[in-house]
Design a protein around this ligand. Structure first.
Ligand SMILES: [Zn+2]
Length: 445
């Protein structure tokens, strides 16, 4: 993971995709899907997959409030992931020697996801819902299979185009009434963009199949996959909004549960019966599971924030912080809800505290940059924008806000370069785009 941070990729998502498209015309080839055995069209090579991931991973991790600070849980998830990867053979993979890595991210919604380079993450929200190691192995095995079958590559290309086009128009700030009649009122939420791939039902079926195969090879009871599927269906019925993203990216169906049941009772019948390692799981994840009730409050607050119910979001997040006072996600949600409600000093204090407790929670720099823009403290805004931009290269809202900050400082040359760069990528449809275009026209007069 560290290597992603160290390497800055100057290509934007769109330009990268154009390059990939051009390369595909020259280098498109057929590869064998390791699960179905069928020939499938592969658009990209391994080095391009790694480049795609280098663009997308830092952005997604920032949106998920950084990697978790719970070393025990991180080590444990890595250990189970590696145990599964160790069972892979050349016949299992489209691209050999992917640099698989596993992390827990701070987000409280229930999901797990994979990037084309084998970067796999599970949210604290999901880890808190699982019951044993076999279910965790099923989750990680499913994600590993998406990587092995090349699903992440094609799905990611689509969602990156979509994500880049929408990024300029997204964010709470972009849609609010212009209470401050301030430049900052135009800026979208920094670090909130999500680029997760979504899969087809066929791909889900294959990932379940591969995941179950790997977990059985690693010594787990295949029922872990059945129980996981049942658990997710139950959670989705009880609390649809908490699993919205999981089901949007990994379509769930009664058929998936049925298929897992059938396979556990036929192909894998009697294998590793009863090996679910519940005690090891409960012990290694205790630090995360103890905050499960707080996560539910934070997840509810996120939904309220997205629905622009700022007062309700603040009350809900305060209830969650009553249970887990120093939680990174809670503090940053408090910061965002407070900023939206016009309470910039609470926003700044909460974001500063979150950053002190967890330097990986770089979304805090987005809140602090916006707080500074609102206060017309453009130098401070630039410091936070540069820190964020260094770790998440290519973030559109950061680009726009840097333009605003230079504009505020009266440095029109630098502002014009940034506004132009923003317009090239995002176009003029968003309110930010309109603003940037208007300023460039004023500069020219
Ligand atoms: Zn999936």
């Amino acid at each position: 993971m560290k290597s992603h941070k160290a390497t800055r990729n100057p290509m934007t998502g769109i330009r990268l995709l154009l390059a990939l498209g051009a390369a595909a015309l020259l280098a498109a080839s057929c590869v064998t899907n390791p699960i179905t055995g069928q020939q499938q069209f592969s658009m990209v090579g391994k080095s391009q997959l790694l480049a795609l991931a280098r663009e997308a991973v830092p952005s997604q991790f920032a949106a998920d409030y950084g990697t978790a600070t719970d070393a025990q849980a991180n080590t444990y998830v890595t250990q189970i992931g590696r145990r599964l990867v160790a069972t892979l053979t050349p016949a299992d993979v489209v691209f050999p020697d992917m640099p698989f890595s596993f992390q827990v991210v701070n987000a409280v919604y229930v999901n797990a996801y994979a990037f084309p380079d084998g970067t796999i993450a599970i949210t604290r929200g999901m880890l808190a819902e699982l019951e044993n190691e076999a279910q965790l192995a099923a989750v990680l095995g499913h994600e590993i299979a998406h990587v092995n079958c090349g699903h992440t590559a094609s799905a990611m290309s689509k969602s990156m185009v979509y994500g880049a086009l929408l990024a300029g128009a997204q964010g709470y700030l972009a849609h609010r009434e212009s209470k401050y009649t301030d430049l900052a009122g135009l800026a979208g939420q920094i670090g909130g963009a999500v680029v997760l791939a979504s899969y087809s039902r066929d791909q889900e079926r294959q990932a379940d199949q591969g995941g179950m195969l790997y977990m059985v090879r690693a010594g787990y009871d295949p029922r872990g996959m059945v129980d996981l599927t049942r658990l997710l269906v139950r959670l989705g019925n009880a609390n649809p909004s908490a699993l919205e993203q999981l089901f949007a990216t990994h379509p769930m169906s009664a058929e998936r549960l049925q298929a897992a049941e059938t396979r556990a009772g036929s192909e894998f019948a009697g294998r590793n019966a009863g090996v679910v390692n519940q005690d090891a799981f409960l012990s290694a994840t205790a630090g995360i599971r103890k905050n499960k009730e707080a996560f539910k409050q934070f997840a509810k607050a996120e939904t309220q924030l997205a629905n622009r119910q700022f007062a309700a979001a603040r009350a809900t997040v305060q209830a969650g912080l009553g249970l887990a006072p120093d939680d990174t996600v809670g503090l940053l949600l408090l910061a965002q809800a407070s900023q939206q409600a016009g309470d910039n000093s609470v926003a700044r204090a909460a974001a500063t505290r979150a950053l002190q407790l967890n330097p990986a929670a770089i979304r805090a720099h987005g809140v602090l940059a916006q707080a500074a823009l609102i206060d017309r403290d453009y130098d401070t805004a630039l410091q936070h924008l540069n820190t964020f931009g260094h770790q998440v290269p290519g973030d559109l809202n950061t680009l726009f806000c840097r333009g605003l900050a230079y504009d505020g400082l009266g440095r029109r040359g630098e502002a014009a370069v940034l506004y132009n760069a923003y317009l090239q990528r995002a176009g003029t449809q968003s309110s930010e785009g309109q603003f940037a275009l208007g300023r460039l026209q004023q500069f020219a007069q």
